[in-house]
Write a protein that binds this ligand. Structure first.
Ligand SMILES: Nc1ncnc2c1ncn2[C@@H]1O[C@H](COP(=O)(O)OP(=O)(O)OP(=O)(O)O)[C@@H](O)[C@H]1O
Ligand SMILES: [Mg+2]
Length: 359
């Protein structure tokens, strides 16, 4: 997939904007707050229908406007592709591909794929387990879009199950027990399927992660990634039975994939608590590179790379390693401080006060 043009209407700081991208590397340069990330976020939105900054959809609509539109034209396997997404205050709006309205917005997933590198990727290593679960699930969906169902089903089941546990007031009445059985069966189905998919992904990621880390860090260390889900030994059904009392008392679901962890170690020590700042940074970058590689291998085409301001956080060696180890493909990079060493963009845009000038 190669993105050729992008149009924005009332998206973030832009009332209207139009850009034309090179097939290789495009750089977006400009001072802080001028609207560089906004452009990348729009491209990312067309891939996932969400903001890679984690912003709620209403934040994507220009202040004072009622709705936003992101439209992109590209080419995929020799055919042209036009994606149009409307964003309304109530959430996701209409989405069209080649002027055909999609029955379900989920059908868009996979039309365009992106890999995002951002300065706060460090949180993948330093942050809580939720960050790493999200990393796994996003990679799963980028590789196989049908797995998005597991993720959304799990959220829904947990919401309902937690509501029931809370309502029970700590008592297992016959009625609560019967309803809980229904939710448990659903949780077991979806939970085991998601955990199996995550575990299989980690098997695939681990060797790639190891070599990515060595490239980025410029030295060899033994990096390991292990899925930590103790309940998988007994199965989720049995594990839920064992915590039933606690769940009723606390009013929330205590075991399942929403509590699992991706454990990362460097030379046998947990990266989150033992690794140095530089090692953590290298590992975060290696995690992104590995996911990008695995998605490229299984889909046959590299996702579009969005390198948002990453070079300001990386020393020249790591910047170089990042650029050198990317599979060929289309890349957008943003920088407030100029181009990173080794970057030779085909196209440069200078962004100032919301005006985008090719140079
Ligand atoms: N919904 C919105 N409506 C209007 N303006 C917005 C909206 N959301 C964000 N902005 C404006 O967009 C600007 C931020 O743009 P962006 O994050 O793209 O900057 P940037 O060029 O990436 O800066 P930096 O180099 O600091 O990362 C801010 O000035 C902000 O006020
Ligand atoms: Mg930015």
């Amino acid at each position: 997939m190669h993105l050729q043009r992008l149009w924005l209407t009332d998206f973030r700081s832009y009332s209207t904007a139009e850009l034309q991208f090179a097939p290789g590397l495009t750089a977006l340069l400009g001072a802080n707050g001028q609207g560089k990330t906004n452009i990348m976020e729009a491209v990312g939105y067309l891939a996932t229908l969400s903001s890679f900054r984690g912003a709620p959809t209403e934040a994507l609509i220009r202040r004072g406007a009622g709705s936003a539109v992101v439209r992109a034209e590209g080419e995929r396997e020799g055919r042209s592709l036009l994606i149009e997404a409307e964003i309304t205050a109530s959430g996701r709006g209409r989405v069209q591909v080649n002027k055909q309205r999609l029955a379900r917005t989920r059908d868009l997933l996979g039309a365009l794929r992106v890999s995002v590198f951002a300065p706060d990727d460090l949180e993948l290593v330093k942050g809580g387990p939720a960050e790493r679960r999200r990393y796994l699930d996003e990679t799963l969906v980028a590789r196989k879009t049908s797995l998005d169902v597991l993720r959304t089903d799990l959220d829904r089941i947990l919401r309902q199950r937690n509501a029931l546990l809370k309502q029970s007031g700590g008592r297992l009445s016959a009625e609560v027990e019967a309803t809980l059985m229904v939710w448990d069966a659903k949780l077991v189905d979806v939970g085991e399927a998601l955990a199996d998919a995550r575990a299989a992904l980690i098997e695939e990621l681990a060797p790639v992660l190891r070599s990515s880390y060595d490239h980025v860090a410029g030295q060899s260390a033994h990096v390991d990634a292990v899925y930590d889900a103790p309940w998988r030994e007994s199965g989720l059904g049995a594990a839920l039975g064992a915590v039933r009392r606690d769940e009723l008392r606390r009013g929330t679901s205590l075991v399942g994939p929403h509590r699992d962890e991706l454990q990362l170690t460097i030379d046998g020590m947990p990266a989150r608590t033992h690794a140095s700042q530089g090692e953590q940074r290298s590992l975060a970058l290696a995690l992104r590179l590995a996911a990008h590689q695995v998605v490229t291998d299984s889909t046959g085409t590299p996702p579009i790379l969005l390198l948002d301001d990453v070079f300001s956080e990386l020393d020249p060696d790591r910047s170089w390693a990042l650029l050198a180890h990317l599979p060929a493909g289309q890349t957008l990079l943003s920088s407030a401080t100029g181009l990173p060493p080794g970057a030779n963009p085909e196209q440069i845009f200078r962004i100032e006060d919301g005006t985008i000038r090719p140079s």
